[in-house]
Write a protein of this length. Structure first.
Length: 103
């Protein structure tokens, strides 16, 4: 399958840091290898990587992220209930990508 990647993460960290993922995990059963698998087909690999790094470390480095990706990150942060990440993405767009956002 193109545009698919497996992320091996700790469910306890996801449960603690992200309500959206906690809900998804609570509705998912363990497989025969005692692993829970969830999919996020509407989220790009790039965005999911940023979200996972944020969940684990609490920071996002925006220096190599373009404005459309930050906008996608803002949408995903809102969907996942990651208010602090959403605020950081919004601030980054306003302060550093204002020319991109002209109407």
């Amino acid at each position: 399958m193109p545009n698919r990647q497996i992320f091996k993460v700790h469910s306890i960290i996801l449960n603690f840091r992200c309500f959206y993922l906690r809900e998804k995990l609570s509705k998912t059963f363990y497989n025969e290898k005692n692993i829970k698998k969830i999919s996020a087909p509407n989220i790009s690999i790039t965005i999911f990587e940023i979200v996972i790094k944020y969940i684990y470390g609490g920071i996002v480095l925006f220096n190599k992220v373009d404005a459309p990706t930050i906008l996608d990150l803002l949408v995903t942060a809102n969907e996942f209930g990651l208010e602090e990440l959403g605020n950081a993405a919004q601030t980054q767009l306003v302060e550093n990508h204002a020319s991109w956002n002209k109407f």
